[in-house]
Write a protein that binds this ligand. Structure first.
Ligand code: AKB
Length: 338
C-alpha cells in the first residue's frame, strides 16, 4: 500500500520552505519534499525529504512506487538571472524536469483513475514588453497579452504552462474510453519578498536584497535604476495564492493560468520604505544594464481580476501592511543579536 502524500519539489527554495511551513500545520497532511539541497534544520521534522535530482528518472520511479501523490507543487526552477548564465541547465531543470513530472502525474492519474493535482508557479517573466515606452503605456497586463518573454526562464515558464495545459487536456486522449488526466493549475507570480529567506538567481531579487542588507547594516548597490518598476508580493500571500488555487472547485476555474499580484513599486519606492525602517541603510543605485533590461521587459503591473473572480483571490498584504506588519518586524527578528 503506497503512502498518500502532497509532493513539493524545490522544497529548500524560498517558496518551498514557506509552503512546507504552512502545509505542515495541518497534521492530516503527509508531505514528501524533494530538492537538490537539504532542508534547513528547523524544517526537517515537517516532511519526508529526498535529496536528489528531478532528472533522475530512477529516483522518480522509486518515489512513485512508494508514494501516491495526490497533489504536486512543482516549485523547482532556476530563476531568471541564473538561467541567462546557464541557459542549457535552465532548460533541463525548468522544462525537462517539468515534462518528466507532468508525464508521471498523467500516468499516475490514469493508473489510479483519479486526477493528480499539479500546481505550477509561473512568473511575470513570461511577459516581454518590447521597450520602456510600451511598458509605460500598458501598465496592467492581462494573461494573454505580451506573451513574448526575453529570458530563457520566461520562455521555459511560458512553455511549461502550455505543457501543463496539454497534459491536462490532450495527453493520451485518443482512446475511445478517455482516462482521467491531471488537474493542472498555475499562478504567475510577481517578484516575491520574504522576511525569512533571501532569494538567489532571480532578477526581482534587488528588493529583498536591499531590505535584508539594510537589516544587517550592510551597504547595498541596487542593480536597477531608481525608476524601474515591477509588481511584488509578500511571501505569505504567495503561499496563500497557491493554496487557494489548489482548493478552488475545478468547475469555478475559467482558465488554467492566473495572474496574481499585490503591489507595484519602483526601486526608489522600495528604497524609501527600507530607509524609513533602517535610516542608516546605505543604498546606492549602480544599474547592471543586462539585469535592468530584464526588469524593463516585465510589466509594471499585472491584472489579476480573473483570479479574484474565479477563486476569490485577494492579497492580504498591500505595500504598507507587507512592510509594516510582515517584512520589517520579521527581518528585525531574523537578524536580532547577529
Ligand atoms: C525572478 O526574478 O527570476 C523571479 C521571478 C519574477 O519569477 N523572482
Amino acid at each position: 500500500m503506497r503512502k498518500r502524500v502532497i509532493f513539493i519539489t524545490g522544497a529548500s527554495g524560498e517558496v518551498g520552505q514557506a509552503l512546507l511551513r504552512d502545509l505542515s500545520q495541518n497534521p492530516a497532511n503527509q508531505i514528501l519534499t524533494m530538492d537538490l539541497h537539504p532542508l534547513p534544520p528547523e524544517l526537517r521534522s515537517l516532511s519526508t525529504h529526498v535529496e536528489g535530482d528531478l532528472l533522475n528518472m530512477r529516483l522518480l520511479a522509486r518515489l512513485v512506487s512508494e508514494y501516491e501523490m495526490d497533489t504536486i507543487y512543482h516549485l523547482a526552477a532556476l530563476l531568471s538571472t541564473r538561467a541567462e548564465i546557464q541557459p542549457e541547465e535552465a532548460h533541463q531543470v525548468n522544462v525537462e524536469a517539468t515534462m518528466a513530472l507532468l508525464k508521471l502525474a498523467a500516468e499516475e492519474s490514469q493508473w489510479r483513475k483519479r486526477s493528480v493535482q499539479f500546481i505550477f508557479p509561473s512568473s511575470i517573466a513570461i511577459y516581454g514588453m518590447p521597450d520602456r515606452a510600451t511598458k509605460a503605456h500598458f501598465q496592467r497586463v492581462r494573461e494573454f497579452e505580451w506573451n513574448q518573454p526575453r529570458t530563457m526562464y520566461g520562455c521555459n515558464k511560458l512553455y511549461c504552462e502550455q505543457l501543463g495545459s496539454y497534459f491536462s487536456r490532450h495527453y493520451r486522449q485518443l482512446a475511445a474510453e478517455q482516462p482521467p488526466t491531471i488537474d493542472f493549475r498555475s499562478v504567475r507570480f510577481p517578484g516575491l519578498i520574504s522576511a525569512v529567506t533571501v532569494p538567489s538567481g532571480g532578477t526581482s531579487d534587488y528588493a529583498p536584497e536591499m531590505l535584508h542588507a539594510a537589516a544587517q547594516g550592510k551597504p547595498y548597490a541596487c542593480f536597477v535604476r531608481e525608476e524601474a518598476r515591477i509588481p511584488f508580493m509578500a511571501m505569505p500571500d504567495a503561499v496563500r495564492a497557491l493554496l487557494l488555487l489548489a482548493a478552488a472547485p475545478r468547475a469555478a476555474l475559467t482558465r488554467q493560468v492566473y495572474n496574481v499580484t499585490s503591489f507595484s513599486l519602483s526601486a526608489a519606492q522600495v528604497r524609501d520604505r527600507v530607509l524609513a525602517a533602517f535610516p542608516a541603510a546605505q543604498i546606492t543605485f549602480e544599474p547592471d544594464l543586462k539585469r535592468e533590461a530584464i526588469i524593463d521587459s516585465w510589466p509594471a503591473d499585472i491584472d489579476d481580476s480573473a483570479a479574484r473572480m474565479d477563486w476569490g483571490w485577494a492579497p492580504e498584504y498591500d505595500a504598507e501592511r507587507a512592510f509594516q506588519e510582515y517584512l520589517i518586524p520579521g527581518i528585525r527578528e531574523r537578524y536580532a543579536g547577529r
